[in-house]
Each structure stands twice: as structure tokens, then as C-alpha cells.
Ligand binder design. Structure first.
Ligand SMILES: O=C(O)CCC(=O)C(=O)O
Ligand SMILES: [Fe+2]
Length: 242
């Protein structure tokens, strides 16, 4: 007897393939526990990354961001958001190695092409959520400096946290789609994913144009979490080579 659609989705994707989650305007690929030795990478990044407390100005008052941050990137590939200008650091050795691994998955190289022919990531924003009080509010990663045709790859280490998404505009009323095994559909088409240690989540275009995301506080969580979002920033004063 043939398995039903529901049974098939509970079996999960074939080994090495991501879970796919699609809604109108949203395309996500999720590789649970993708990175081996995620706890060792967490320890390494806690030490190696120059974590900073940045500030944001809201209604004329300065507030500390509810997390520590750092940014690394290629020369000229600076990324700023909401008036927060994270100083651009050169790639550290651990973060460079993680970039290489994520690019090898998402942009497998054609051995017949020169090694610099494939596009890749030029910037990473790193967030350190010291415990469940640290969080990030609703936003989309849609700054003009980002290449809108590139995916954003988000790698999670440390404590498992809830990641929420919601449409940027109210969707037309449609029947609520059935939840997939790793997500819960909420009101107005909002979705929640649990991002655990070593998980890789890729947000493909045009997701940032139509959806926002957030990392809500989870006050009972005592452990730290690090998230790295690899992005393709267009170098200042130039356009990306294909
Ligand atoms: O911590 C996360 O999972 C989300 C990070 C994020 O959305 C960002 O850095 O823009
Ligand atoms: Fe984001």
C-alpha cells in the first residue's frame, strides 16, 4: 500500500537532503544537526570572536542591543541595519572554515570552472544570545547592501531556541496549510521552528521581501546560543561579479 503524504513527510527527507518549508513568498531549507561537533565550535567562537555590546537609538534614546554581536567580511562588504554599524572584522580562522563548509554545501564547485567562478558569502553577522533573556525583534534581512538574489544561511550553535516567521503583509484568507513535522503554523500564517545545535537554516529569495523573522525571549533558558548569518553583501562602490 502506498504511504500517504502525511506519512511520507513524517519519514523526513532522504539523508543529506534538507527539510523544505514553503509558503507563498517563503522558501526555507532546514538541515537539522548539520554541523558535527557543534559544541566544540561554540566553545571556539566564544573565545575567538571579538564580541561587542552595540547600541540602538529608538525615539531619541540609546538602548543596548539585547545580545552581543560581531561582523566579519570581505573588504568593502560592510553591513549595517537599524542604524547599528557593526565594525567589520576580518574573517577569523574558525568562521572562515564555517563559511567554506556552508558554501561547499550550497554552491558545489564545478571542477571544470575556475575556483572563483561560483558566487559565495561576503559577510557574516554573528549574534551571541547569552541566555534566554537575549533576543532579536521582528525584522527582514532586506538592507539595500544585500544581494537580493542570494540566500541567507543561518547556522545555530548552543542552546536550542524558537525562531518565528510571519508574512510582512497580511495574507489573503486561504485555508491554513497542514503543519510540517518541524514547524507549527500560528495565527495569520506565522510559523515557529526550533533551531537546535548545529542546525543550518537557509532562507532563499524572495523570503526576505515577503516575510519577517524574530528570535523571541525564552526566559527559562540559561545556556548561551550563537547564530551566524552568512550573507552576500555587494561590495561598496561595485556590483557582484557573477
Ligand atoms: O539568531 C537567529 O536565529 C536570527 C538571527 C537573525 O535574524 C539575523 O542576524 O538577522
Ligand atoms: Fe535576520
Amino acid at each position: 500500500m502506498m504511504a500517504s503524504r502525511q506519512q511520507l513527510s513524517l519519514l523526513g527527507p532522504p539523508a543529506g537532503q534538507p527539510l523544505r518549508l514553503e509558503r507563498p513568498g517563503l522558501v526555507l531549507r532546514h538541515w537539522p544537526a548539520w554541523l558535527d561537533d557543534a559544541d566544540l565550535w561554540l566553545e571556539r567562537l566564544l573565545i575567538e570572536v571579538p564580541w561587542k555590546q552595540e547600541w540602538i537609538v529608538l525615539h531619541g534614546r540609546r538602548h543596548p542591543l539585547p545580545r552581543l554581536t560581531a561582523a566579519m567580511g570581505d573588504p568593502g562588504c560592510h553591513y549595517s541595519y537599524s542604524g547599528v554599524a557593526n565594525p567589520l572584522e576580518p574573517w577569523s580562522s574558525a568562521v572562515e572554515e564555517l563559511r567554506r563548509r556552508v558554501e561547499a554545501l550550497l554552491y558545489p564547485r564545478d571542477p571544470t570552472q575556475p575556483s572563483d567562478a561560483a558566487p559565495g558569502f561576503t559577510n557574516v553577522l554573528l549574534n551571541l544570545y547569552r541566555d534566554g533573556h537575549d533576543h532579536m525583534g521582528w525584522h527582514a534581512d532586506a538592507e539595500p547592501s544585500l544581494d537580493p538574489t542570494a540566500p541567507i544561511a543561518s547556522l545555530s550553535l548552543g542552546a536550542s531556541r524558537c525562531f518565528r516567521l510571519r508574512p510582512r503583509t497580511r495574507p489573503a484568507p486561504t485555508p491554513t496549510p497542514a503543519p510540517t513535522p518541524n514547524s507549527d503554523a500560528g495565527p495569520l500564517g506565522a510559523l515557529s521552528l526550533e533551531l537546535g545545535r548545529g542546525d543550518l537554516l537557509v532562507m532563499d529569495p524572495p523570503s526576505q521581501r515577503h516575510w519577517q523573522h524574530q528570535l523571541p525571549p525564552r526566559r527559562r533558558i540559561r545556556d548561551a546560543r550563537i547564530n551566524l548569518t552568512f550573507r552576500r553583501v555587494i561590495p561598496r562602490g561595485g556590483s557582484m561579479a557573477e
